[in-house]
Each structure stands twice: as structure tokens, then as C-alpha cells.
Design a binder for this molecule. Structure first.
Ligand code: ADP
Length: 439
């Protein structure tokens, strides 16, 4: 037992011995013992009361000396208090540094409560989103940022990883918002200004489009003259037929490349989207299969179409023709003579699908994720010699994106490939359906 407690026991013993002695002298045992017990209790209560007052008030002020146990308790409380004050100062310094760091971020950071109310925001939230921490604290974020795209993104909880929308402060700024969950059910909204990136992308697109336009006219003229020269019976040109044919072939390739670049630029630009109309996909596929047979020529590919005649699609016929033809022509080009090519058009509970299957050379798995990149070719020379530009699958991907669909590629090296275009079920229309009926 601690020394302080021995002292207490000693004092109590002395008190009761004194009371017993006094009781012996006065013949009032009970009264003196009772008075001694009451006195001891009253003293302890008084010490408790003073400790309570001291805890309520300024703990830097020391209690007067009140005996070993009470002094010990007071000392320990004071030590704990000093330690907690030191810890608090350290944490508030850290918190201040953290807040300064977050405030200095060029991106807007907004803390959202469980019910999506604004709990806090940094300095960049003011110029980008028009939010002020003092004024907007506790308000629902959808009352502060009302863009429909943002509201839908906030409510969908996790399907898309980001959303782009114009700044409510300055609509020339394009913002990209992401949400990171943290804590129990809170969320952190991070908003970045992507106007500069988009402007650079736009400049790149315009540059490619302008160069392509500028090259198209002189190339068309060259191709025209080459054709005239090849058609001419002039004996002077007799020895030039071979080089002229090579030149015509190369200028044709360049024109093809330019047409593909211009088509990609058009597909990327969301401004000139053509209206969607009901497309008779089965008839479209029959035409494409006939063209593919002509391309196959004496290579003798077996091209078949299995199409549900009752399945039409709401889309842009020209674009769909381009996408389906690209896949079918690729199947012919990358399948050895006599191989089988099947175009299958069907619907299931997940949507509408066009699967172009071939028994060709197949693709190694590590190429698959990169096939739709521009100019990505497994064998550059092979692609060039068969008239490829390296843009075909990129065009297909953009066309499908514009229809809310996607491209899936399955392939086994040496056994063949299946390129599947998936379309959402909402694009299904009844055969013969007119534009107004479908819209
Ligand atoms: P390209 O004009 O070179 O065909 P694409 O974008 O259409 O460009 O295709 C990219 C690459 O994907 C091709 O170079 C080829 O290597 C590969 N590829 C495309 N379709 C097939 C296929 N059906 N079978 C095997 N490889 C294919």
C-alpha cells in the first residue's frame, strides 16, 4: 500500500483513539465516536467539494495542501491535464498545417456529410464552384451545384468514376468531379479544372482535321492526273505504266488515310451528331457480306449472315455501315483463303449484338487491350500491304460509343477471332418503324 494511505490510516486511528479516550473521560462513548466519524466524513466531503471546484475552474491554480491522498490525486489530475493540453496543441498545429495544405490545392475539395450536405470546402471551391464555407455550410450540395449531369453522378453512387460539367461561376471553365468515400459514410468531392486539357485536345483535333483537309485537295488532283495518264494510249507513257500504277496505289492509300482521319475527327466532335433513325441491320449486313465476297475474290472465303429479320436498330446508318464493314473487311484481310466468316445479329436480355467471327490468324492476348488505339497494328507491314490504315478499330469504337454501345474482342491465336458490337436494348425498334414512331 502507498505511504500516503498509511498516513491516512494513522490519522484515522489517532482520531478514533482520541474519541475513545474522550468517551472514557466523559462516559459518552457513542457520542464521541459518532462525532469523530461525522467529523472525518465532513472533512473528506469538504476535500471532494474543493477538488470538484478546482476541476471546474482554472486547474493551473494549485489547491492548498490537503493531505497526502488528496494531494496525490490532485497532482495526477494536473499532470494528465498538462499532457492533454500538450497533445491538443500538437494536434491543432497538425490540423492547421493540413488545412493550409488543402487550402493551397489548385483543385476544389468539398467534404460532404452522410446526407450530402456541405461540411467544409477549401479555397479553390470558391473560384471553381462558387462555394463559401461560412455561407454554404450545412446546405445540400445539390442545391449549390445544380447541373443535371452532376446531380445524376452524385446519386448513382459508383457506376462512373467521374463527371464533367461547366463551372457554375464561369461557364467557359470545364470541370471534372470525382468522389472519394471516407470515414463512416462521408464523401470527399474533388473537382479539377480540365479546360486547358480539353482546349489542347481540341487544338490537336483541329490541327489533324485542317492538315487532312489541306492534303485532300492536292492528293485528289494528283490521283486524277495519274488516272488520266494510266488511261492514256500515248506511246511515250508505255514504259511508265508500272511506276504510275505504284504511284496511284500509294496516293489511294494516302487518300484512304485522310478519309479515315476526317471520319474520326467527325465522330469525336459531339456537335454535328446525325439524328438516329431506324436501321434495317439484316439488309445492311447482306450488302456488307456481298462487298466482302467481292473483296475476297478468288480467295474463296465462306461468308455467311445469320440475322434476326425482326431486329432493327435505332442509329446512324452511315456510321453503322462503316463500323460493321470495317470489322467484316478486317475478317477477310486477316483470315487465310478458304476460311469462314460469320456475321451474327441477335438480341438477348443484355441488349443487341453483332458478332463478326472468323477462323483466321487470331490475336495474342497482350495485343487485345491496345487494338482500338489509333495506328496500333500487330504487324505494320502486313496491315499496310493489305491496305489497312491502322484506324479501323478506333473508328469502330467511336461509332459504338456514339450509340451508347461497346466493342468486345475475343480471340485465340491460330484459331480465329470474334469482334462483338454490343448495343443497349433501348435502341431496338420494330421493323419498318418510321422515324417519328421510333423517336
Ligand atoms: P488495320 O487498318 O491495320 O487493319 P485496324 O484498326 O482495323 O487497323 O486493326 C488493328 C489491328 O488489329 C490490325 O493491324 C490487325 O493486326 C488486328 N486485327 C484486326 N482485325 C483482326 C482480325 N479479324 N483478325 C486478326 N487480327 C485483326
Amino acid at each position: 500500500m502507498a505511504r500516503s494511505w498509511w498516513t491516512v490510516w494513522r490519522r484515522l486511528t489517532l482520531l478514533f483513539l482520541g474519541a475513545t479516550l474522550l468517551g472514557g473521560i466523559t462516559q459518552q462513548w457513542q457520542l464521541t465516536l459518532l462525532l469523530a466519524a461525522l467529523g472525518g466524513l465532513a472533512w473528506q466531503l469538504w476535500q471532494l467539494y474543493r477538488l470538484d471546484r478546482w476541476l471546474d475552474g482554472d486547474q493551473d491554480v494549485c489547491l492548498p495542501h490537503t493531505g497526502p491522498v488528496w494531494d496525490g490525486i490532485q497532482g495526477r489530475i494536473a499532470r494528465l491535464y498538462r499532457q492533454s493540453r500538450k497533445r491538443k496543441r500538437k494536434f491543432s498545429r497538425l490540423l492547421q498545417q493540413f488545412q493550409q495544405a488543402v487550402a493551397a490545392l489548385p483543385d476544389a475539395a468539398v467534404l460532404l456529410s452522410e446526407d450530402d450536405r456541405m461540411a467544409w470546402c477549401n479555397g479553390a471551391a470558391q473560384p471553381l464552384l462558387g462555394l463559401t464555407p461560412s455561407r454554404d455550410h450545412g446546405l445540400p450540395i445539390t442545391h449549390l451545384l445544380r447541373h443535371p449531369g452532376f446531380v445524376a453522378f452524385l446519386n448513382q453512387r459508383g457506376n462512373n468514376d467521374h463527371v464533367e460539367f461547366p463551372s457554375p461561376v464561369d461557364d467557359s471553365l470545364l470541370l471534372s468531379a470525382r468522389i472519394a468515400p471516407y470515414g463512416k459514410k462521408q464523401r470527399l468531392l474533388l473537382v479539377t479544372d480540365i479546360s486547358r486539357v480539353r482546349r489542347l485536345e481540341q487544338m490537336r483535333r483541329e490541327f489533324v482535321t485542317n492538315v487532312s483537309h489541306e492534303l485532300r485537295t492536292p492528293l485528289t488532283v494528283i490521283a486524277g492526273y495519274l488516272e488520266t495518264l494510266l488511261d492514256s494510249d500515248d506511246p511515250v507513257l508505255a514504259g511508265w505504266e508500272q511506276p504510275l500504277r505504284r504511284m496511284q496505289q500509294q496516293s489511294g492509300r494516302m487518300l484512304h488515310l485522310i478519309e479515315d482521319l476526317l471520319l474520326l475527327a467527325r465522330l469525336e466532335s459531339q456537335k454535328e451528331r446525325p439524328p438516329l433513325k431506324p436501321v434495317a441491320v439484316p439488309a445492311l449486313l447482306t450488302d456488307i457480306a456481298e462487298d466482302a465476297s467481292a473483296l475476297s475474290g478468288d480467295q474463296g472465303h465462306q461468308i455467311s449472315v445469320i440475322a434476326d429479320p425482326g431486329l432493327w436498330l435505332l442509329g446512324c446508318e452511315k456510321e453503322l455501315h462503316s463500323a460493321f464493314a470495317n470489322l467484316t473487311i478486317n475478317a477477310v484481310r486477316y483470315t487465310p483463303a478458304g476460311g469462314q466468316i460469320t456475321l451474327r445479329w441477335f438480341a438477348d436480355e443484355r441488349g443487341l449484338h453483332l458478332a463478326v467471327a472468323d477462323t483466321g490468324e487470331g490475336i495474342a492476348p497482350h495485343h487485345l487491350p491496345r487494338l482500338t488505339e489509333r495506328f496500333y497494328r500487330i504487324n505494320r507491314d502486313r496491315s499496310r500491304s493489305s491496305g489497312g490504315t491502322g484506324l479501323g478499330l478506333s473508328i469502330v469504337k467511336h461509332i459504338l460509343n456514339n450509340h451508347g454501345g461497346q466493342l468486345r474482342i475475343e480471340s485465340t491465336l491460330g484459331a480465329g477471332s470474334i469482334f462483338t458490337c454490343d448495343f443497349p436494348v433501348e435502341l431496338r425498334v420494330a421493323p419498318g418503324c418510321s422515324e417519328t414512331e421510333s423517336g
